[in-house]
Design a protein around this ligand. Structure first.
Ligand code: F3S
Length: 76
């Protein structure tokens, strides 16, 4: 499994992540992407379920600014 967060300072709000993985990403009130999965609130502390790994990888691959970060450990 993986933990995920969006580095919002690099997000250009292209929307690809939410299109690829709508269960993981959505726009915040400022129009930037964030992790909404299971109430994570972009903290990167919620393990993404195995059945969403493919969607997650599609989102990462589609992000033009590479601002979706993953880790095997929860982000602090
Ligand atoms: Fe932003 Fe990348 Fe998603 S630019 S909207 S995090 S695909």
């Amino acid at each position: 499994g993986k933990y995920v967060t969006v580095k919002k300072d690099s997000c250009i709000a292209c929307g690809s992540c939410g299109a690829s993985a709508p269960d993981i990403f959505d726009f915040d009130d400022d129009g930037l992407a964030e992790v909404i999965y299971e109430g994570d609130n972009n903290r990167g502390v919620t393990l993404i379920a195995a059945d969403l790994q493919e969607d997650l990888q599609d989102a990462i691959d589609s992000c033009p600014t590479s601002c979706i970060k993953t880790s095997a450990n929860a982000f602090a």
